[in-house]
Design a protein around this ligand. Structure first.
Ligand code: J2J
Length: 543
Protein backbone atom coordinates (compact mmCIF):
# COMPACT_ATOMS: atom_id res chain seq x y z
CA UNK A 1 0.00 0.00 0.00
CA UNK A 2 1.53 3.32 -1.02
CA UNK A 3 -0.70 5.43 1.20
CA UNK A 4 -2.21 3.54 4.12
CA UNK A 5 -6.01 3.24 3.99
CA UNK A 6 -8.73 0.91 5.26
CA UNK A 7 -9.41 -1.39 2.31
CA UNK A 8 -12.72 -3.10 1.55
CA UNK A 9 -12.76 -6.76 2.64
CA UNK A 10 -11.60 -9.01 -0.21
CA UNK A 11 -15.07 -10.60 -0.56
CA UNK A 12 -16.64 -7.17 -1.22
CA UNK A 13 -13.77 -6.04 -3.46
CA UNK A 14 -14.00 -9.12 -5.68
CA UNK A 15 -17.77 -8.74 -5.91
CA UNK A 16 -17.35 -5.11 -7.05
CA UNK A 17 -14.78 -6.24 -9.62
CA UNK A 18 -16.93 -9.15 -10.84
CA UNK A 19 -19.90 -6.84 -11.26
CA UNK A 20 -17.82 -4.46 -13.36
CA UNK A 21 -17.99 -1.60 -10.84
CA UNK A 22 -14.26 -1.54 -10.28
CA UNK A 23 -12.66 -1.72 -13.68
CA UNK A 24 -8.98 -1.52 -12.78
CA UNK A 25 -8.60 1.82 -14.57
CA UNK A 26 -7.22 5.04 -13.16
CA UNK A 27 -9.14 8.32 -12.91
CA UNK A 28 -6.72 10.01 -15.31
CA UNK A 29 -7.24 7.25 -17.89
CA UNK A 30 -10.57 8.90 -18.72
CA UNK A 31 -8.65 11.93 -19.93
CA UNK A 32 -6.21 9.81 -21.93
CA UNK A 33 -9.09 8.12 -23.77
CA UNK A 34 -10.82 11.43 -24.48
CA UNK A 35 -7.56 12.86 -25.87
CA UNK A 36 -7.67 9.98 -28.37
CA UNK A 37 -11.37 9.86 -29.22
CA UNK A 38 -12.30 13.58 -29.19
CA UNK A 39 -8.98 15.50 -29.28
CA UNK A 40 -10.46 18.66 -30.77
CA UNK A 41 -13.51 18.96 -28.54
CA UNK A 42 -13.27 21.75 -25.96
CA UNK A 43 -12.77 20.29 -22.48
CA UNK A 44 -12.39 23.46 -20.38
CA UNK A 45 -13.36 27.09 -20.74
CA UNK A 46 -11.75 29.39 -18.18
CA UNK A 47 -12.16 33.09 -18.93
CA UNK A 48 -10.74 33.61 -22.41
CA UNK A 49 -8.84 30.33 -22.36
CA UNK A 50 -10.36 27.39 -24.27
CA UNK A 51 -8.55 24.07 -23.91
CA UNK A 52 -9.35 21.05 -26.07
CA UNK A 53 -8.87 17.47 -24.90
CA UNK A 54 -5.60 17.00 -26.81
CA UNK A 55 -4.06 20.14 -25.33
CA UNK A 56 -5.46 19.31 -21.90
CA UNK A 57 -3.80 15.90 -21.92
CA UNK A 58 -0.56 17.30 -23.25
CA UNK A 59 -0.46 19.95 -20.50
CA UNK A 60 -1.15 17.26 -17.90
CA UNK A 61 1.74 15.20 -19.24
CA UNK A 62 4.09 18.16 -19.21
CA UNK A 63 3.14 19.02 -15.66
CA UNK A 64 3.52 15.43 -14.56
CA UNK A 65 7.06 15.41 -15.98
CA UNK A 66 7.80 18.65 -14.13
CA UNK A 67 6.64 16.94 -10.91
CA UNK A 68 8.93 14.00 -11.69
CA UNK A 69 11.84 16.44 -12.04
CA UNK A 70 10.93 17.82 -8.64
CA UNK A 71 11.44 14.26 -7.38
CA UNK A 72 7.80 13.74 -6.53
CA UNK A 73 6.34 10.27 -6.97
CA UNK A 74 4.34 7.44 -5.39
CA UNK A 75 3.97 7.66 -1.59
CA UNK A 76 4.27 11.46 -1.81
CA UNK A 77 1.38 13.77 -1.09
CA UNK A 78 0.59 17.32 -2.18
CA UNK A 79 -2.02 19.88 -1.13
CA UNK A 80 -3.95 21.59 -3.94
CA UNK A 81 -5.34 24.95 -2.83
CA UNK A 82 -6.67 26.65 -5.94
CA UNK A 83 -9.61 28.80 -6.97
CA UNK A 84 -11.96 27.92 -9.84
CA UNK A 85 -9.34 27.97 -12.59
CA UNK A 86 -8.23 25.39 -15.17
CA UNK A 87 -4.94 24.89 -13.32
CA UNK A 88 -6.86 22.90 -10.72
CA UNK A 89 -7.67 20.14 -13.22
CA UNK A 90 -4.14 20.18 -14.67
CA UNK A 91 -2.61 19.80 -11.21
CA UNK A 92 -5.12 17.13 -10.15
CA UNK A 93 -4.60 14.89 -13.20
CA UNK A 94 -0.84 15.45 -13.35
CA UNK A 95 -0.37 14.45 -9.71
CA UNK A 96 -2.55 11.37 -10.20
CA UNK A 97 -0.54 10.37 -13.24
CA UNK A 98 2.68 10.75 -11.27
CA UNK A 99 1.21 8.58 -8.50
CA UNK A 100 1.35 11.54 -6.07
CA UNK A 101 -1.70 11.80 -3.77
CA UNK A 102 -3.29 15.25 -3.61
CA UNK A 103 -5.42 16.66 -0.78
CA UNK A 104 -8.18 18.82 -2.27
CA UNK A 105 -8.27 21.89 -0.01
CA UNK A 106 -10.93 24.52 -0.64
CA UNK A 107 -9.90 27.99 -1.81
CA UNK A 108 -11.68 29.36 1.27
CA UNK A 109 -9.20 27.55 3.51
CA UNK A 110 -6.38 29.46 5.13
CA UNK A 111 -3.35 28.89 7.31
CA UNK A 112 -5.14 26.83 9.97
CA UNK A 113 -6.68 24.29 7.59
CA UNK A 114 -3.64 24.07 5.29
CA UNK A 115 -1.37 23.47 8.28
CA UNK A 116 -3.51 20.52 9.32
CA UNK A 117 -3.48 18.96 5.88
CA UNK A 118 0.26 19.51 5.45
CA UNK A 119 1.11 17.94 8.77
CA UNK A 120 -1.38 15.08 8.56
CA UNK A 121 0.00 13.94 5.21
CA UNK A 122 3.62 15.19 5.45
CA UNK A 123 2.99 16.79 2.08
CA UNK A 124 6.05 17.67 0.02
CA UNK A 125 4.25 20.09 -2.26
CA UNK A 126 1.66 22.85 -1.93
CA UNK A 127 -0.02 24.26 -5.02
CA UNK A 128 -1.72 27.55 -4.20
CA UNK A 129 -2.97 30.73 -5.86
CA UNK A 130 -1.26 34.06 -5.14
CA UNK A 131 -4.60 35.84 -5.53
CA UNK A 132 -5.99 34.01 -2.49
CA UNK A 133 -3.30 35.49 -0.24
CA UNK A 134 -2.73 38.91 -1.77
CA UNK A 135 -0.01 40.92 -0.03
CA UNK A 136 0.43 38.28 2.69
CA UNK A 137 1.45 35.66 0.14
CA UNK A 138 5.22 35.62 0.51
CA UNK A 139 5.11 35.80 4.32
CA UNK A 140 2.52 33.03 4.53
CA UNK A 141 4.44 30.71 2.21
CA UNK A 142 7.60 31.22 4.26
CA UNK A 143 5.70 30.47 7.44
CA UNK A 144 4.09 27.29 6.07
CA UNK A 145 7.40 26.10 4.71
CA UNK A 146 9.27 26.84 7.93
CA UNK A 147 6.68 24.98 10.01
CA UNK A 148 6.48 21.86 7.79
CA UNK A 149 9.82 20.23 7.31
CA UNK A 150 8.59 17.96 4.48
CA UNK A 151 7.21 20.87 2.48
CA UNK A 152 10.09 21.38 0.09
CA UNK A 153 8.21 22.96 -2.81
CA UNK A 154 5.44 25.43 -3.40
CA UNK A 155 3.93 26.02 -6.83
CA UNK A 156 1.93 29.21 -7.34
CA UNK A 157 -0.52 30.47 -9.89
CA UNK A 158 -0.77 34.27 -10.07
CA UNK A 159 2.40 34.52 -8.06
CA UNK A 160 3.64 37.95 -7.23
CA UNK A 161 7.20 39.22 -7.36
CA UNK A 162 9.61 38.63 -4.49
CA UNK A 163 8.67 35.05 -3.74
CA UNK A 164 11.07 32.89 -1.75
CA UNK A 165 13.18 30.57 -3.93
CA UNK A 166 11.24 27.41 -3.03
CA UNK A 167 8.21 28.92 -4.81
CA UNK A 168 7.89 28.08 -8.53
CA UNK A 169 5.52 29.74 -10.96
CA UNK A 170 2.87 27.28 -12.21
CA UNK A 171 3.21 28.40 -15.84
CA UNK A 172 6.89 27.59 -15.95
CA UNK A 173 6.05 23.93 -15.30
CA UNK A 174 3.90 23.31 -18.34
CA UNK A 175 6.67 24.06 -20.84
CA UNK A 176 8.32 20.63 -20.48
CA UNK A 177 8.70 18.23 -23.39
CA UNK A 178 5.71 15.86 -23.29
CA UNK A 179 7.19 12.98 -25.27
CA UNK A 180 7.60 10.73 -22.22
CA UNK A 181 4.31 9.36 -20.89
CA UNK A 182 5.11 7.63 -17.60
CA UNK A 183 2.03 6.57 -15.65
CA UNK A 184 2.47 5.67 -12.01
CA UNK A 185 -1.17 5.69 -10.83
CA UNK A 186 -2.50 2.39 -9.47
CA UNK A 187 -6.26 1.71 -9.68
CA UNK A 188 -6.68 -0.04 -6.35
CA UNK A 189 -4.61 2.46 -4.37
CA UNK A 190 -5.54 5.85 -2.89
CA UNK A 191 -5.87 8.38 -5.72
CA UNK A 192 -6.44 11.47 -3.60
CA UNK A 193 -7.85 12.75 -0.32
CA UNK A 194 -11.28 14.30 -0.20
CA UNK A 195 -12.15 16.47 2.83
CA UNK A 196 -14.68 15.55 5.44
CA UNK A 197 -17.18 18.18 6.61
CA UNK A 198 -16.24 16.77 9.97
CA UNK A 199 -17.56 16.97 13.46
CA UNK A 200 -14.29 16.53 15.35
CA UNK A 201 -11.55 18.91 16.45
CA UNK A 202 -9.23 18.37 13.51
CA UNK A 203 -10.35 18.16 9.88
CA UNK A 204 -10.43 14.54 8.70
CA UNK A 205 -9.16 13.24 5.38
CA UNK A 206 -11.01 10.71 3.23
CA UNK A 207 -8.87 8.42 1.10
CA UNK A 208 -10.58 7.72 -2.25
CA UNK A 209 -9.24 5.05 -4.59
CA UNK A 210 -9.23 5.29 -8.39
CA UNK A 211 -11.48 2.23 -8.64
CA UNK A 212 -14.16 3.43 -6.25
CA UNK A 213 -14.23 7.08 -7.34
CA UNK A 214 -14.24 6.32 -11.04
CA UNK A 215 -17.22 4.03 -10.55
CA UNK A 216 -19.22 6.85 -8.92
CA UNK A 217 -18.18 9.25 -11.70
CA UNK A 218 -19.19 6.89 -14.54
CA UNK A 219 -22.54 6.07 -12.98
CA UNK A 220 -23.25 9.72 -12.14
CA UNK A 221 -22.49 10.67 -15.70
CA UNK A 222 -25.05 8.10 -16.93
CA UNK A 223 -27.69 9.06 -14.35
CA UNK A 224 -27.42 12.70 -15.46
CA UNK A 225 -27.52 11.62 -19.12
CA UNK A 226 -24.32 13.48 -19.99
CA UNK A 227 -22.89 13.32 -23.52
CA UNK A 228 -20.49 15.23 -25.77
CA UNK A 229 -22.98 18.10 -25.97
CA UNK A 230 -23.09 18.57 -22.20
CA UNK A 231 -21.88 22.00 -21.12
CA UNK A 232 -21.43 22.19 -17.36
CA UNK A 233 -20.99 25.40 -15.42
CA UNK A 234 -18.72 24.82 -12.43
CA UNK A 235 -19.70 27.59 -10.03
CA UNK A 236 -19.19 25.72 -6.74
CA UNK A 237 -15.61 25.21 -5.50
CA UNK A 238 -13.72 23.04 -8.04
CA UNK A 239 -12.41 20.52 -5.52
CA UNK A 240 -15.68 19.90 -3.71
CA UNK A 241 -17.01 16.38 -4.16
CA UNK A 242 -20.29 17.65 -5.66
CA UNK A 243 -18.71 19.71 -8.43
CA UNK A 244 -15.90 17.22 -9.01
CA UNK A 245 -17.83 13.97 -9.24
CA UNK A 246 -21.60 14.23 -8.95
CA UNK A 247 -21.25 14.12 -11.96
CA UNK A 248 -19.22 17.35 -11.85
CA UNK A 249 -16.22 18.05 -14.00
CA UNK A 250 -14.98 14.46 -13.99
CA UNK A 251 -18.38 13.21 -15.18
CA UNK A 252 -18.26 15.77 -17.98
CA UNK A 253 -14.71 14.82 -19.01
CA UNK A 254 -15.78 11.16 -19.01
CA UNK A 255 -18.66 12.01 -21.37
CA UNK A 256 -16.53 14.30 -23.56
CA UNK A 257 -18.46 17.49 -22.76
CA UNK A 258 -17.24 20.94 -21.74
CA UNK A 259 -16.61 22.35 -18.27
CA UNK A 260 -16.96 26.12 -18.03
CA UNK A 261 -15.51 27.68 -14.89
CA UNK A 262 -17.09 30.56 -12.98
CA UNK A 263 -15.10 32.37 -10.32
CA UNK A 264 -18.14 32.57 -8.03
CA UNK A 265 -21.76 31.39 -8.18
CA UNK A 266 -23.49 34.81 -8.18
CA UNK A 267 -26.10 35.54 -10.89
CA UNK A 268 -23.97 38.52 -11.96
CA UNK A 269 -21.07 36.24 -12.77
CA UNK A 270 -22.97 33.19 -13.95
CA UNK A 271 -25.94 34.35 -16.02
CA UNK A 272 -23.83 35.97 -18.71
CA UNK A 273 -21.60 32.88 -18.88
CA UNK A 274 -24.66 30.64 -19.22
CA UNK A 275 -25.90 32.73 -22.11
CA UNK A 276 -22.55 33.08 -23.88
CA UNK A 277 -21.47 29.44 -23.42
CA UNK A 278 -24.91 27.84 -23.82
CA UNK A 279 -24.61 26.03 -20.52
CA UNK A 280 -27.09 23.16 -20.17
CA UNK A 281 -26.27 21.78 -16.71
CA UNK A 282 -24.99 23.21 -13.45
CA UNK A 283 -24.89 22.47 -9.71
CA UNK A 284 -25.72 24.80 -6.83
CA UNK A 285 -26.22 24.78 -3.08
CA UNK A 286 -29.73 25.79 -1.87
CA UNK A 287 -29.05 29.45 -0.88
CA UNK A 288 -27.47 30.16 -4.25
CA UNK A 289 -30.37 28.46 -6.06
CA UNK A 290 -32.74 30.81 -4.17
CA UNK A 291 -30.74 33.87 -5.21
CA UNK A 292 -30.76 32.65 -8.83
CA UNK A 293 -34.54 32.25 -8.71
CA UNK A 294 -34.95 35.82 -7.48
CA UNK A 295 -32.70 37.18 -10.23
CA UNK A 296 -34.18 35.01 -12.96
CA UNK A 297 -37.46 36.89 -12.83
CA UNK A 298 -35.58 39.73 -14.52
CA UNK A 299 -33.15 37.68 -16.60
CA UNK A 300 -35.10 34.65 -17.82
CA UNK A 301 -33.76 34.94 -21.37
CA UNK A 302 -30.12 34.40 -20.43
CA UNK A 303 -30.95 31.01 -18.93
CA UNK A 304 -32.68 29.64 -22.03
CA UNK A 305 -30.06 26.93 -22.66
CA UNK A 306 -30.16 25.53 -19.12
CA UNK A 307 -31.81 22.08 -19.00
CA UNK A 308 -30.85 20.70 -15.60
CA UNK A 309 -30.16 22.37 -12.27
CA UNK A 310 -28.71 20.14 -9.59
CA UNK A 311 -29.22 21.29 -6.02
CA UNK A 312 -27.51 19.66 -3.05
CA UNK A 313 -25.11 20.04 -0.16
CA UNK A 314 -27.89 21.05 2.23
CA UNK A 315 -31.63 20.51 2.41
CA UNK A 316 -33.59 22.22 -0.36
CA UNK A 317 -37.06 23.05 0.88
CA UNK A 318 -40.07 21.64 -0.90
CA UNK A 319 -41.43 25.16 -1.54
CA UNK A 320 -38.18 26.25 -3.17
CA UNK A 321 -37.96 23.00 -5.16
CA UNK A 322 -41.40 23.66 -6.65
CA UNK A 323 -40.28 27.03 -8.02
CA UNK A 324 -37.22 25.86 -9.95
CA UNK A 325 -38.95 24.84 -13.15
CA UNK A 326 -41.35 27.82 -13.38
CA UNK A 327 -38.67 30.41 -12.53
CA UNK A 328 -35.52 29.00 -14.13
CA UNK A 329 -37.17 27.08 -16.98
CA UNK A 330 -35.15 23.91 -16.32
CA UNK A 331 -35.56 20.60 -14.55
CA UNK A 332 -34.46 20.17 -10.95
CA UNK A 333 -32.35 17.30 -9.70
CA UNK A 334 -31.86 16.96 -5.95
CA UNK A 335 -28.49 15.56 -4.94
CA UNK A 336 -27.74 14.28 -1.46
CA UNK A 337 -24.11 13.25 -1.33
CA UNK A 338 -21.08 13.15 0.89
CA UNK A 339 -17.34 13.24 0.29
CA UNK A 340 -17.13 9.94 2.19
CA UNK A 341 -18.98 8.20 -0.63
CA UNK A 342 -22.75 7.62 -0.94
CA UNK A 343 -24.47 9.92 -3.44
CA UNK A 344 -28.24 10.01 -4.05
CA UNK A 345 -29.96 11.58 -7.04
CA UNK A 346 -33.53 12.14 -8.04
CA UNK A 347 -33.65 10.77 -11.57
CA UNK A 348 -34.33 12.98 -14.56
CA UNK A 349 -37.52 11.08 -15.46
CA UNK A 350 -38.86 10.93 -11.89
CA UNK A 351 -42.27 12.46 -11.18
CA UNK A 352 -42.30 16.04 -9.88
CA UNK A 353 -43.67 14.59 -6.63
CA UNK A 354 -40.39 12.67 -6.11
CA UNK A 355 -38.13 15.45 -7.39
CA UNK A 356 -39.68 18.06 -5.12
CA UNK A 357 -40.07 15.96 -1.98
CA UNK A 358 -37.06 13.67 -1.78
CA UNK A 359 -33.28 13.96 -1.87
CA UNK A 360 -33.01 11.09 -4.33
CA UNK A 361 -31.96 7.47 -4.24
CA UNK A 362 -28.48 5.91 -4.26
CA UNK A 363 -26.34 5.60 -7.38
CA UNK A 364 -25.85 1.85 -7.08
CA UNK A 365 -28.02 -1.22 -6.49
CA UNK A 366 -25.17 -2.27 -4.21
CA UNK A 367 -25.29 0.83 -2.02
CA UNK A 368 -26.50 -0.75 1.21
CA UNK A 369 -28.71 1.56 3.25
CA UNK A 370 -29.61 1.13 6.92
CA UNK A 371 -31.97 3.41 8.81
CA UNK A 372 -31.49 2.69 12.52
CA UNK A 373 -32.83 3.93 15.85
CA UNK A 374 -30.62 5.12 18.74
CA UNK A 375 -29.98 1.49 19.72
CA UNK A 376 -28.81 0.49 16.25
CA UNK A 377 -32.07 -1.37 15.55
CA UNK A 378 -33.73 -0.92 12.15
CA UNK A 379 -36.79 1.35 12.10
CA UNK A 380 -39.86 0.52 10.01
CA UNK A 381 -39.74 1.74 6.39
CA UNK A 382 -40.82 5.37 6.28
CA UNK A 383 -39.82 6.05 9.89
CA UNK A 384 -37.08 8.49 10.87
CA UNK A 385 -33.66 7.14 11.88
CA UNK A 386 -29.87 7.34 11.55
CA UNK A 387 -28.52 6.73 8.06
CA UNK A 388 -25.72 4.18 7.75
CA UNK A 389 -24.28 2.99 4.47
CA UNK A 390 -21.77 0.65 2.89
CA UNK A 391 -21.01 0.10 -0.77
CA UNK A 392 -18.72 0.14 -3.79
CA UNK A 393 -17.66 3.79 -3.44
CA UNK A 394 -18.16 4.49 0.27
CA UNK A 395 -14.86 4.60 2.13
CA UNK A 396 -13.95 2.30 5.02
CA UNK A 397 -11.98 4.68 7.24
CA UNK A 398 -10.63 8.22 7.69
CA UNK A 399 -6.92 8.64 7.20
CA UNK A 400 -4.95 7.81 10.34
CA UNK A 401 -7.88 8.37 12.69
CA UNK A 402 -8.45 5.14 14.66
CA UNK A 403 -10.51 6.76 17.42
CA UNK A 404 -12.86 8.54 15.02
CA UNK A 405 -13.07 5.42 12.87
CA UNK A 406 -14.12 3.24 15.77
CA UNK A 407 -17.07 5.58 16.32
CA UNK A 408 -17.86 6.27 12.66
CA UNK A 409 -18.21 2.64 11.54
CA UNK A 410 -20.04 -0.45 12.71
CA UNK A 411 -18.05 -3.64 13.17
CA UNK A 412 -19.22 -4.82 9.75
CA UNK A 413 -18.07 -1.70 7.94
CA UNK A 414 -21.19 0.47 7.71
CA UNK A 415 -20.38 4.18 7.80
CA UNK A 416 -22.44 6.24 10.23
CA UNK A 417 -23.25 9.30 8.10
CA UNK A 418 -24.56 11.39 11.01
CA UNK A 419 -27.63 12.22 8.91
CA UNK A 420 -31.19 11.59 10.05
CA UNK A 421 -33.37 10.36 7.22
CA UNK A 422 -36.55 8.60 6.18
CA UNK A 423 -36.61 6.09 3.35
CA UNK A 424 -39.71 5.90 1.18
CA UNK A 425 -41.26 2.62 0.02
CA UNK A 426 -39.46 2.93 -3.32
CA UNK A 427 -36.04 3.56 -1.76
CA UNK A 428 -35.78 7.37 -1.93
CA UNK A 429 -34.24 9.22 1.01
CA UNK A 430 -35.64 12.32 2.68
CA UNK A 431 -33.17 14.17 4.89
CA UNK A 432 -34.88 15.07 8.17
CA UNK A 433 -31.99 16.37 10.23
CA UNK A 434 -28.55 15.69 11.54
CA UNK A 435 -27.06 13.88 14.50
CA UNK A 436 -23.43 14.94 13.97
CA UNK A 437 -22.11 18.01 15.76
CA UNK A 438 -21.80 20.10 12.63
CA UNK A 439 -23.26 23.30 11.20
CA UNK A 440 -24.33 23.20 7.56
CA UNK A 441 -23.98 26.84 6.54
CA UNK A 442 -25.70 26.75 3.16
CA UNK A 443 -23.68 23.70 2.10
CA UNK A 444 -20.44 24.73 3.81
CA UNK A 445 -19.78 22.38 6.70
CA UNK A 446 -18.41 23.57 10.05
CA UNK A 447 -17.27 21.07 12.70
CA UNK A 448 -18.41 22.55 16.02
CA UNK A 449 -15.50 21.12 18.00
CA UNK A 450 -12.91 22.65 15.67
CA UNK A 451 -14.21 26.18 16.30
CA UNK A 452 -14.76 25.53 19.99
CA UNK A 453 -11.11 24.49 20.32
CA UNK A 454 -10.03 27.78 18.79
CA UNK A 455 -12.34 29.93 20.93
CA UNK A 456 -11.42 28.25 24.21
CA UNK A 457 -7.86 29.45 23.59
CA UNK A 458 -9.03 33.07 23.89
CA UNK A 459 -8.02 34.62 27.17
CA UNK A 460 -11.12 35.18 29.31
CA UNK A 461 -13.29 32.45 27.74
CA UNK A 462 -14.21 29.74 30.24
CA UNK A 463 -16.36 27.54 28.04
CA UNK A 464 -17.82 27.58 24.56
CA UNK A 465 -20.45 25.72 22.54
CA UNK A 466 -21.10 26.27 18.86
CA UNK A 467 -24.58 25.52 17.54
CA UNK A 468 -26.61 26.05 14.38
CA UNK A 469 -29.18 28.83 14.26
CA UNK A 470 -31.86 29.07 11.57
CA UNK A 471 -31.32 31.50 8.72
CA UNK A 472 -33.83 32.23 6.01
CA UNK A 473 -31.35 32.25 3.14
CA UNK A 474 -28.49 30.03 4.35
CA UNK A 475 -30.70 27.47 6.08
CA UNK A 476 -28.30 27.57 9.02
CA UNK A 477 -25.71 29.94 10.39
CA UNK A 478 -23.43 29.43 13.37
CA UNK A 479 -23.84 30.85 16.86
CA UNK A 480 -21.14 30.59 19.52
CA UNK A 481 -22.37 30.50 23.12
CA UNK A 482 -19.60 31.63 25.46
CA UNK A 483 -19.18 31.64 29.20
CA UNK A 484 -16.83 34.57 29.86
CA UNK A 485 -14.55 34.64 32.89
CA UNK A 486 -15.99 37.90 34.14
CA UNK A 487 -17.04 40.54 31.61
CA UNK A 488 -18.42 40.08 28.10
CA UNK A 489 -15.74 40.13 25.45
CA UNK A 490 -16.06 42.52 22.47
CA UNK A 491 -17.23 40.40 19.54
CA UNK A 492 -14.87 42.20 17.19
CA UNK A 493 -11.93 40.93 19.28
CA UNK A 494 -13.18 37.34 19.03
CA UNK A 495 -13.56 37.59 15.27
CA UNK A 496 -10.11 39.16 14.93
CA UNK A 497 -8.65 36.41 17.08
CA UNK A 498 -10.11 33.67 14.86
CA UNK A 499 -8.90 35.41 11.72
CA UNK A 500 -5.42 35.74 13.17
CA UNK A 501 -5.40 32.03 13.84
CA UNK A 502 -5.89 31.61 10.09
CA UNK A 503 -9.37 30.16 10.07
CA UNK A 504 -11.43 30.10 6.87
CA UNK A 505 -13.92 32.96 6.84
CA UNK A 506 -17.05 30.80 6.63
CA UNK A 507 -16.12 29.15 9.93
CA UNK A 508 -16.13 32.41 11.92
CA UNK A 509 -19.33 32.38 14.01
CA UNK A 510 -22.11 34.58 12.65
CA UNK A 511 -23.21 35.42 16.17
CA UNK A 512 -21.86 35.32 19.72
CA UNK A 513 -24.00 34.97 22.85
CA UNK A 514 -22.65 35.34 26.38
CA UNK A 515 -24.22 33.22 29.10
CA UNK A 516 -23.34 32.46 32.75
CA UNK A 517 -23.94 28.67 32.46
CA UNK A 518 -24.85 26.09 29.83
CA UNK A 519 -28.02 24.00 30.04
CA UNK A 520 -27.13 20.36 30.74
CA UNK A 521 -28.54 17.02 29.62
CA UNK A 522 -29.60 14.33 32.10
CA UNK A 523 -26.07 12.89 32.00
CA UNK A 524 -24.50 16.28 32.62
CA UNK A 525 -23.29 17.10 29.08
CA UNK A 526 -23.84 20.51 27.52
CA UNK A 527 -27.29 20.39 25.92
CA UNK A 528 -26.79 21.77 22.44
CA UNK A 529 -30.44 21.04 21.78
CA UNK A 530 -31.41 23.51 24.53
CA UNK A 531 -28.90 26.05 23.21
CA UNK A 532 -30.40 25.77 19.72
CA UNK A 533 -33.84 26.43 21.21
CA UNK A 534 -32.39 29.31 23.22
CA UNK A 535 -31.01 31.04 20.13
CA UNK A 536 -34.28 30.51 18.26
CA UNK A 537 -36.05 32.31 21.15
CA UNK A 538 -33.50 35.13 21.12
CA UNK A 539 -33.91 35.54 17.36
CA UNK A 540 -37.70 35.63 17.69
CA UNK A 541 -37.43 38.25 20.44
CA UNK A 542 -35.18 40.49 18.36
CA UNK A 543 -37.67 40.66 15.45
C1 J2J B 1 -29.62 17.64 2.96
N1 J2J B 1 -28.35 17.51 3.41
C2 J2J B 1 -27.40 17.31 2.49
C3 J2J B 1 -29.03 17.39 0.69
C4 J2J B 1 -25.54 16.96 1.40
C5 J2J B 1 -23.01 15.76 -3.91
C6 J2J B 1 -23.81 16.65 -3.23
C7 J2J B 1 -23.44 17.12 -1.97
C8 J2J B 1 -22.25 16.69 -1.39
C9 J2J B 1 -21.88 17.22 -0.05
C10 J2J B 1 -21.45 15.78 -2.07
C11 J2J B 1 -27.67 17.24 1.11
N2 J2J B 1 -29.95 17.59 1.65
N3 J2J B 1 -29.39 17.36 -0.60
O1 J2J B 1 -20.30 15.32 -1.56
O2 J2J B 1 -21.03 14.45 -3.98
C12 J2J B 1 -25.33 17.17 3.90
C13 J2J B 1 -25.44 15.86 4.68
C14 J2J B 1 -24.22 15.11 4.24
C15 J2J B 1 -23.20 16.22 4.14
C16 J2J B 1 -22.03 15.89 3.23
C17 J2J B 1 -21.83 15.31 -3.34
N4 J2J B 1 -26.50 17.02 0.47
N5 J2J B 1 -26.06 17.14 2.62
O3 J2J B 1 -22.52 18.11 0.48
O4 J2J B 1 -19.14 16.03 2.22
O5 J2J B 1 -25.37 16.17 6.05
O6 J2J B 1 -20.79 16.62 0.54
O7 J2J B 1 -23.82 14.09 5.15
O8 J2J B 1 -19.68 18.48 1.83
O9 J2J B 1 -23.94 17.33 3.62
O10 J2J B 1 -21.28 17.04 2.99
P1 J2J B 1 -20.11 17.07 1.91
Amino acid sequence: MRIPFSPWPESAASEYRDKGYWTGETIHSLLASRAKTTPDAIAIVCGKRRINYAEFYSLVNRLSIAFAKKRLGPKDTAVIHLTNTFEFYLAFFALLKRGVTPVLALAAHRYSELSHYLSQTNAKLLISDGDIWGKQCSEMMQRLQAEHSDLAQIVMTNSLQDMPDFVTDFNSLTSEDDSIHGDLGLPNEVAFFQLSGGSTGTPKLIPRTHDDYLYSVRESSKICQLNEQSRYLCALPVGHNFSLSSPGALGIFYAGGTVVLAKDPSPDTCFSIIEAEKINITALVPPVAMVWMKSAERNAKSLASLKLLQVGGAKFSQEAAKKVEPLLGCKLQQVFGMAEGLVNYTRIDDSSEIIENTQGRPISDDDEILVLDDNDEPVARGEIGHLLTRGPYTFRGYFQAPVTNSKSFTADGFYRTGDIVRQTADGYLIVEGRHKDQINRGGEKIAAEEIENHLIAFDGVLDVALVAMPDELMGEKSCAFLIPEDVNIPVIKLRQFLRQRGLADYKIPDRFEFVPVFPKTAVGKVSKKQLRLQIIDILKGSH
